[in-house]
Write a protein that binds this ligand. Structure first.
Ligand code: NAI
Ligand code: ENO
Length: 276
């Protein structure tokens, strides 16, 4: 089968590497809207050929959308004339808003997927050989897809070493919010808090592992995360409220010198790593 990838940054570029490595695609075609990235994509040999969108639509049996979540929605009108056997798979970090907006004409073709793997880096140079190996991909609302398309999606993601979890898109957005969207907005907040108080010299001199761990994802793409926070606004606001109440509780225990309860509270937090 021929695979066409739209957007060849971290996710699309890494997928191109994976499908090549496992010999899943006869040919991998790519489309990008970024002139700046074209040279990198070709230098890195991510795809067999960079083509225009109309060509990619015609030559691909499967089209992967690895672009920001608002750009995924913006692509829908381009697919209205797609062949009934062409599968479209999006890799966006949000699912509810995307699924709700898929045009009826292509609903059977369009698989809503979210690979639960990534990094804070972006662009073609960020692509990694084994990004998907042994990781989970969530497929949403498969009951609305045609069997042919579901089977193709399973085949591709299993072949690159992924574990598949099937979920309702609204449930996905709640879980993805707590497990990914909330941690990202907290990391951005921590980075801005520290920078508003500390000078660069002290940051360099004193940054230890814990700070580096907690701020790594604050390096993530603002374009990509702006779209995610917008599409998952309702869940994000609810999770921030819950986080704020935890922080307020911690603040109160410190303020009142209630170190006994503070220790109990931290011991409870320790148990997260019995699960992870
Ligand atoms: N970065 C991560 O760790 C993860 C990202 N995702 C999702 O994957 C998608 C892609 O993210 P990344 O690869 O990290 O972003 P990226 O920024 O590394 O790559 C996206 C690429 O798409 C191109 N692009 C943007 N709009 C386009 C359009 N309309 N047509 C053609 N090309 C276009 C850009 O030039 C860019 O190179 C997003 O929807 C994101 O939410 C999902 C899981 C993990
Ligand atoms: O860099 C990390 O640790 C991530 O958590 C990457 C990530 C970003 C967005 C997603 O939708 C899923 C994973």
């Amino acid at each position: 089968m021929n695979i066409g990838i739209i957007g060849l940054g971290l996710m699309g570029g890494s997928l191109a590497k994976a499908v090549k490595r496992y010999g899943i695609a006869k040919k991998v075609y790519g489309f990008t809207n970024s002139e700046k990235n074209k040279k990198d994509i070709l230098d890195l040999n991510l795809v067999d050929e960079l083509v225009d969108l109309e060509t990619l639509k015609k030559v691909s049996d499967v089209i992967i959308l690895a672009i920001p979540v608002d750009a995924i929605i913006g692509m829908f009108p381009n697919f209205l004339d797609i062949d009934e056997n062409t599968t479209i798979i999006d890799m966006g970090s949000t699912k509810g808003y995307i699924v709700k907006n898929i045009p009826a004409k292509i609903r059977k073709n369009f698989i809503a997927a979210h690979p639960m793997t990534g990094t804070e880096k972006s662009g073609p140079k960020a692509a990694i050989d084994d990004l998907y190996e042994g990781k989970t991909v969530v497929f949403c609302d498969l009951e609305d897809n045609g069997n042919l398309h579901v089977n193709k999606a399973f085949k591709i993601f299993q072949a690159i070493g992924m574990r598949i979890v099937v979920m309702d898109s609204n449930q996905h957005d709640i879980h993805a919010c707590f497990m990914s969207h909330l941690p990202h907005i907290l990391s951005f907040s921590l980075a801005n808090t520290v920078m508003s108080h500390e000078d660069p010299k002290s940051i360099i001199a004193l940054a230890a592992g814990g700070f580096k761990d907690m701020s790594r994802i604050a390096k993530s793409s603002p374009r990509m995360w702006g779209d995610i926070f917008k599409q998952n606004k309702k869940n994000l606001l609810a999770s921030i409220d819950l986080f704020e109440s935890q922080l307020q509780n911690a603040r109160k225990m410190v303020e009142e010198d209630n170190y006994e309860d503070l220790e109990k509270w931290m011991k409870k937090a320790n148990t997260l790593h019995e699960i992870l």
